[in-house]
Design a protein around this ligand. Structure first.
Ligand SMILES: [Zn+2]
Length: 388
């Protein structure tokens, strides 16, 4: 599985060189997008990454595009891949009838990162890394373990820089022994409802998020009152970005703590397959605030370290419509029905509790059968500063 280690760089005058490269990468990205559009208009065809890369190589020789030479060639290649990925996704969605925006131009000021593969970087001892010809100091708060596949140089909205090492780690060696398991249901009212087969309980989102959200609202109101292009506006924008980042960090901390608690308690943890698009349609914007997907990534990472199993059950399993007492399916259940009476056995059913129990049973029953899909193949990404 892929895991990302993210280390903040210490402030230094040297950092400006990294900023320059990121900005240039943004310029190259925009150039690629423009080229893509022109190509599409002329030939009605998608320009693939190899053709784009070839074009970049040609441009490098022209004096007007000499700045392309200041971008490491692997990074340039990765930009071509980014654009290619973006367009592929766009065309695939288009075919499936889903309307999404094609890859758009980005302000270079807001462009965030570039990526290196094997070349152009080096780890030096514990807390220093060489990027290009220069050595940078990073705040290394945890030890990097595993085989580094890529390094992404990233900046956030506050222009702080980070090095993100994407690492391939081995699958867990220790296998679970006690066999304790639980089913989990994500919810709007409480973050998670847990059922371990005997009893159920709820895990609420911590109050501190609500307080921080209030301050974010106040700060964004403040920003909207400042005159366009003024110094005060710039400062207000930085304050807002800082507040966003603080929330994202707090939330990530909470995810880690919760993941440690849960993996201490259980060996097998079953979840419903997230259908974020569907949830968003039903629940509105709030789903992205709750960041279920991010939590699952963190949990998977922690579980992997401890040799516990996080598994997703079949996305078509009717977890909340199934009566846990008699097994009949309530076709008429509405999202607003928090509690319902089974038409067959007449038991009163708490929706979230029943869902967690059903997920547990479904997960447990398919354990040896191969129906349960472990959450693998997703990389654990640390939050963007604009995770909200
Ligand atoms: Zn029933």
């Amino acid at each position: 599985m892929r895991v990302t280690y993210k280390y903040k760089l210490y402030n230094s005058k040297k950092n400006k060189h990294l900023h320059q490269t990121i900005t240039l990468a943004g310029r190259a990205y925009n150039h690629g997008i423009a080229l893509h559009r022109r190509y599409y208009r002329l030939y009605d065809k998608h320009l693939n990454q190899y053709a784009l890369m070839k074009h970049f190589t040609k441009l490098k020789k022209r004096p007007h595009y000499a700045w392309l030479n200041d971008i490491p060639s692997q990074a340039l290649q990765e930009i071509a891949q980014r654009i290619d990925r973006g367009y592929r996704l766009f065309f695939r969605n288009l075919k499936a009838g889903i309307k999404t925006a094609p890859p758009l131009f980005k302000k270079t000021r807001k462009y965030k990162s570039y990526t290196l593969k094997q070349a152009g970087w080096k780890l030096l001892g514990d807390s220093r890394a060489q990027i290009g010809k220069r050595v940078y100091k990073m705040c290394r708060d945890r030890t990097l373990v595993g085989d580094v596949k890529t390094v992404t140089i990233k900046r956030d909205a506050l222009y702080d820089l980070y090095l993100c090492f994407s690492v391939e780690v081995d699958d867990p060696k220790v296998r679970p022994t006690s066999g304790k398991m639980a089913g989990f249901d994500f919810g709007l009212k409480s973050f998670l409802t847990v059922h371990d087969g005997f009893e159920s309980y709820e895990i609420a989102s911590p109050e501190l998020f609500k307080q921080s959200l209030k301050s974010v609202k106040a700060l964004s109101r403040c920003l909207s009152r400042k005159a366009e292009g003024s110094n005060n506006r710039r400062k207000a924008r930085a304050r807002l970005a800082r507040a966003h980042r603080a929330i994202a960090n707090k939330r990530l901390g909470w995810f880690f703590k919760l993941s440690h608690d849960l993996t201490e308690r259980y060996d097998y943890l079953f979840f419903e397959t997230l259908n974020l698009k569907g949830m968003q349609r039903l629940w509105g914007r709030k789903v992205s605030d709750l960041a279920f997907g991010m939590f699952l990534n963190v949990l998977q990472y922690v579980a992997n370290k401890k040799g516990k199993v996080v598994a997703l059950i079949d996305p078509f399993f009717p977890s909340s419509r199934l009566c846990p007492h008699c097994g009949c399916i309530n076709e008429h259940l509405e999202l607003s029905d928090r509690r319902w009476r089974c038409p067959h056995c007449h038991e009163i059913i708490e929706r979230d509790v029943a869902a967690a129990l059903n997920i547990l049973r479904e997960g447990a029953s398919s354990l040896g059968g191969g129906d349960v899909r472990p959450v693998l193949g997703q990389s654990l990404l640390m939050p963007e500063s604009h995770a909200l």
